[in-house]
Design a protein around this ligand. Structure first.
Ligand code: NAD
Ligand code: UDP
Length: 316
């Protein structure tokens, strides 16, 4: 198949492209390199079945493809809040353009939606039927309301134009290739610990998240794309940790001497988050296999190599 991956130079997108290329598909990556990087795709640079197009998806593009994995959108609060209007344009106009493309060429379209559509959830864990508790005018709204509109657009294109859609609600995912400046909690803690800097805990660290290793997530995305169910389907690891527990896990693994530093909790930061993955288990026969400790070790190794390569690590 010829498969388009928008946002393919980013963290999840580049791991997805590795899997698709390994399966001998022809892959086109469309990315504006806002948070993505060509180094994530170097392995495929000269491959005859691989193509990268520098393009901003808020503009139209004409391509002929069989499937579209639509991942383009900054995912870290730091990056999506840097230019919130652009984040909304990416989610709304970008998704509209990609759905228009799917409609024109009759491609199957998978949307990388998010657990953020549940906002600060009143129901725990969150099943797909929960409609969420989202602030429409807060600093996270460009992202979570943007993704809610993206889901609406997908379902309207499906009902109105018979576009074959798949909607994944992705929960916090981590792993190698996250940007050192990403700003999300796993990469922040790992980079801070490797550099011997205090780990920055926002609030009192009692808020929870459930962390999914990237290879598990990519497997779930591919099963959803190639299965018969539209979704929305939660994809995430139901093992839930407080942010303080995560900090302690990184401390123990990387540097027991590193300090913890408490900083203010950002506005609208969800109190807790844990996916109900009954649907994914039943419909996709999918569940995560990589436990946090193992995934963290691989992530730490990757950061150690990258930071070491730029001499940014302190002397041991
Ligand atoms: P990322 O920031 O590493 O990747 C996003 C990619 O999209 C980058 O390569 C970026 O350059 C590209 N991009 C952004 N705006 C674009 C635009 N207007 N035109 C073209 N390219 C654009 O983030 P990620 O963690 O890999 O997330 C990928 C997708 O998964 C996103 O849609 C995100 O919302 C979703 N998601 C991720 C997580 C997570 O924990 N990583 C959780 C929920 C949902
Ligand atoms: N967080 C933290 N320290 C950091 C970065 C994030 O304590 O250096 C907290 C953040 O306030 C949130 C949780 O970790 O409660 C997860 O944040 P992240 O940005 O990774 O993802 P999201 O909030 O989108 O789930």
């Amino acid at each position: 198949m010829r498969i388009l991956v928008t946002g393919g130079a980013g963290f999840i997108g580049s791991h997805l492209i590795d899997r698709l290329m390994e399966q001998n598909h022809e892959v086109i990556c469309v990315d504006n390199f806002y948070t993505g990087h060509k180094r994530n795709l170097l392995r495929w640079k000269d491959h005859p079945y691989f193509e990268v197009i520098r393009h901003d998806i808020t503009e139209e593009i004409r391509l002929e493809v069989d499937q579209i994995y639509h991942l383009a959108c900054p995912a870290s609060p730091v990056h999506y809040q840097y230019n919130p209007v652009k984040t909304i344009k990416t989610n709304v106009m970008g998704t509209l353009n990609m759905l228009g493309l799917a409609k024109r060429v009759k491609a199957r379209f998978l949307l990388a939606s998010t657990s953020e559509v549940y906002g600060d959830p009143e129901i725990h864990p969150q099943p797909e039927t929960y409609r969420g508790n989202v602030n429409p005018i807060g600093i996270r709204s460009c992202y979570d309301e943007g993704k809610r509109v993206a889901e609406t657009l997908a379902f309207d294109y499906h009902r109105q134009n018979d576009v074959e859609i798949r909607v994944a609600r992705i929960f916090n995912t981590y792993g190698p290739r996250m940007l050192e400046s990403d700003g999300r909690v796993v990469s922040n803690f790992v980079v801070q610990a490797l550099r011997g800097n205090p780990l920055t805990i926002y609030g009192d660290g009692s808020q929870t998240r459930s962390f999914c290793y990237v290879s598990d997530l990519v497997e779930g995305l591919m099963r959803l794309m190639n299965g018969d169910h539209l979704g929305p389907i939660n994809l995430g690891n139901p093992d839930e940790y407080t942010i303080l527990e995560l900090a302690q896990a990184v401390q123990n693994m990387v540097n027991p001497d590193v300090a913890l530093k408490y900083e203010p909790l950002p506005q609208d930061d969800p109190r807790r988050r844990k996916p109900d993955i009954v649907l994914a288990k039943q419909l996709l026969d999918w569940q995560p296999t990589v436990p946090l400790n193992q995934g963290l070790e691989r992530t730490v190794d990757d950061f150690r190599q990258r930071l070491g390569a730029t001499d940014e690590l302190p002397e041991p």
